[in-house]
Write a protein that binds this ligand. Sequence first.
Ligand SMILES: Nc1nc2c(ncn2[C@@H]2O[C@H](COP(=O)(O)OP(=O)(O)OP(=O)(O)O)[C@@H](O)[C@H]2O)c(=O)[nH]1
Length: 194
Amino acid sequence: MASAPTSNTGNEVKRKFAVLGSRSVGKSTMIVRYMDNVFVDSYYPTIEATFTKSIKFKGRTYNCDIIDTAGQDEYSILNSKHAIGIHGYVLVYSIASRASFDMIQTVYDKILNYTGTEHIPCVVVGSKSDLHVQRQVSEEEGKELAKQLKSAWVETSARHDVNVAKVFELMLGETERDTTEGGPEPEPSKCVVM
Ligand SMILES: Nc1nc2c(ncn2[C@@H]2O[C@H](COP(=O)(O)OP(=O)(O)OP(=O)(O)O)[C@@H](O)[C@H]2O)c(=O)[nH]1
């Protein structure tokens, strides 16, 4: 299977990111906060949606597709659209849900299995940081997991608009770590046939 093309026109560089995690951890709400700067209180399970945003990062403009996905559980099969041609992943858990935190390693392993790579650029996000009383996952545990996955980490609150833009800055930081202008492009993910 061919990977999606990385088309760079003029100074605009194309990137594709997928946002994955358990159901109801706040993936859609985080993206809508980032795109439209509003907080959506209601919950409608996502099937799939793609958002596009130009993001300026270190003097370059990146035309980013952000793919919002349906909530994952241990039995979900990774959709090929979320596994091929992706430059980086935002892996979201809720700080108020231990089960959603445990799901991050499962989702990460599925991505590596599917793509046949040893590492993929990721940002691990602890969402709903405003839910102090319901907290089940400490900051230290979040940081430690991200370290193991060689990923960036941040806690966010879409409700209070805390660190939401930072997620995508960190994402670009991860994907562009080894790139220089005019140099080779970061490889998007491919599929391996086992
Ligand atoms: N307190 C609080 N609630 C939030 C926050 N972000 C999202 N929520 C709420 O969490 C619920 C689920 O949010 P969604 O964004 O729909 O979750 P999702 O991960 O996209 O869910 P799926 O589509 O099932 O995968 C909604 O009622 C949101 O209002 C946050 O930062 N703080």
